[in-house]
Design a binder for this molecule. Structure first.
Ligand SMILES: Nc1ncnc2c1ncn2[C@@H]1O[C@H](COP(=O)(O)OP(=O)(O)OP(=O)(O)O)[C@@H](O)[C@H]1O
Ligand SMILES: [Mg+2]
Length: 273
């Protein structure tokens, strides 16, 4: 018997007055899949993430987590079943240190905030915060106040805070926005390695196609609330609709040469050598 997918989205729709933000979305993700969500501004990426994680109620359709219907679930319950997220806007507390931020996130995840009020520095939580800082390579900044961190370290902290509840499915809304290309790769190297080690299914919204190409197994391309392409990156980033509506002709990656051309080029190099 085939196990049910980690995430299954069936005919998902969302309309606001006069706006269709999601139109008949059908998506499946298996355990450990790394999926990139792309699309122009306003294409419906965040609405999709919000519906999966309980922050928006779908107008119609179904969301299942390992066969369990989680459509319209409250965000806290989504977290408890194992569906977690980060936000497009950072959730880091700027006046607190890296360790304090993680302790608060851990306390909330474990005890809905009560532990934070009673014993925010229980040895177990401190040890777990330290493990998180090691995994996300921010331990050197443990005692730094968040407002003094570089944007890249702050992004890593933000993602680490989204992961404290040990998600099975994690949705990251633009995890690398606002940092340089080099920093983006450094951040995603750390984040994807940490999540792969735990077998987490990851769906992340990303505008940078170099990042998408490097890290994802599959691309979901959104356009006007619809998924116009669901394919591996090599295929998706060459799809004419994706180039037209998402990437733009000026930014499309160079197509991989056909096998014949590639072998001809290789032969040419050899014969010239
Ligand atoms: N709460 C809301 N009320 C009304 N309309 C909304 C709401 N949230 C989103 N929308 C609309 O739904 C559409 C999709 O928005 P969404 O935020 O998902 O876009 P996005 O793909 O995440 O864009 P961006 O790349 O700018 O973050 C837009 O037209 C937006 O204005
Ligand atoms: Mg968005």
């Amino acid at each position: 018997m085939t196990a049910s997918p980690a995430l299954k989205v069936t005919d998902l729709c969302k309309s606001f007055s006069g706006i269709t933000a999601a139109n008949n979305i059908n998506v499946e993700a298996a355990d450990g899949d790394i999926i990139g969500i792309i699309g122009a501004n306003g294409a419906g990426k965040t609405v999709f993430v919000n519906m999966i994680t309980g922050y928006l109620k779908p107008t119609s359709g179904k969301i299942e987590f390992h066969g369990q219907d989680i459509t319209g679930i409250e965000p806290r319950d989504a977290t408890h079943v194992g569906v977690c997220r980060s936000f497009q806007v950072s959730q880091v507390f700027m006046t607190m240190t890296v360790r304090e931020n993680l302790l608060i996130a851990l306390a909330i995840a474990k005890d809905e905030g009560k532990a934070m009020l009673s014993s925010p520095r229980s040895p177990d939580l401190v040890a777990e915060a330290d493990r998180m800082m090691q995994a996300y390579k921010i331990h050197d900044h443990a005692d730094a106040v968040a407002s003094t961190l570089s944007q890249g370290v702050r992004k890593l902290l933000d993602i680490a805070m989204a992961v404290v509840a040990n998600p099975k499915v994690l949705l990251l809304d633009e995890p690398t926005s606002g940092v340089s290309v080099e920093e983006k790769f450094a951040i995603m190297d750390i984040v994807i390695a940490a999540l792969k080690e735990k077998g987490v299914t990851v769906l992340f919204v990303e505008h940078d196609m170099e990042i998408v190409e490097r890290y994802v197994d599959r691309v979901l391309a959104f356009y006007q609330g619809e998924v116009i392409c669901d394919a591996p990156p090599a295929e998706a980033l060459q799809d004419p609709k994706v180039i037209e509506y998402v990437i733009g002709h000026d930014h499309a990656p160079n197509p991989t040469p056909p096998a014949d051309a590639a072998s001809a080029a290789a032969n040419g190099t050899e014969s010239n050598a």
